[in-house]
Design a protein. Structure first.
Length: 185
């Protein structure tokens, strides 16, 4: 019983940490990163589709993303979609490809991004704590229903706390790595 509760807690915590990693991958750090293009949706013959479904997207160097639409007629649509998505990058086109230069971040912008990342980390820590609360409540219900003893409940609560602490430590580690990446000049 307790192992099932812990397995579910680990699964939820793991999914939360994966979501946190995805969230951080969208944060622009002054280096070219394809994850910043995830919100871009291109109008392709009346349908809004992800950018990677109408073009080849590559990183040519540390500060340049190159987008080569499969159809030359899509260049204007790609530029428009990038502007509408408000990802903070300005497209430049030469009729063949769309280039997205990634400007270096100012010190002020870096500090602002660090604040955003810390705020996101706290939101994900809260999610992990909510999973802990749910697991603890379930263990207490099992004890009330006489499915487990009081000692088993105590051991289960301790294990839940240890798992929660490990998950929060993982979030903190990911956060500090991202902060270093953002502050790197």
């Amino acid at each position: 019983m307790i192992d099932d509760v812990l397995a579910e807690l680990k699964d939820k915590a793991s999914k939360t940490i994966d979501s946190f990693k995805r969230e951080l991958s969208r944060v622009r750090t002054g280096r070219a990163n394809l994850a910043v293009l995830e919100p871009v949706r291109v109008n392709y013959y009346g349908s809004k589709v992800p950018l990677n479904q109408v073009a080849t997207v590559t990183i040519s160097d540390a500060r340049l993303i190159v987008i080569k639409p499969w159809e030359k007629s899509m260049i204007a649509e790609v530029e428009k979609a990038i502007n509408v998505a408000e990802i903070g990058l300005t497209p430049q086109s030469d009729g063949e490809v769309v280039r997205l230069p990634v400007p270096a971040l100012t010190e002020e912008r870096r500090k602002e991004l660090v604040k955003q990342v810390r705020k996101a980390a706290e939101e994900f820590r809260v999610q992990v704590r909510n999973h802990r609360r749910d697991a603890n409540e379930f263990l207490k219900e099992l004890e009330k229903g006489s499915d487990i003893s009081e000692d088993d409940k105590k051991r289960g609560l301790d294990r839940v706390q240890k798992e929660t602490d490990a998950s929060i430590q993982q979030i903190d580690t990911i956060l500090s790595e991202k902060e270093q990446e953002i502050m790197e000049v």
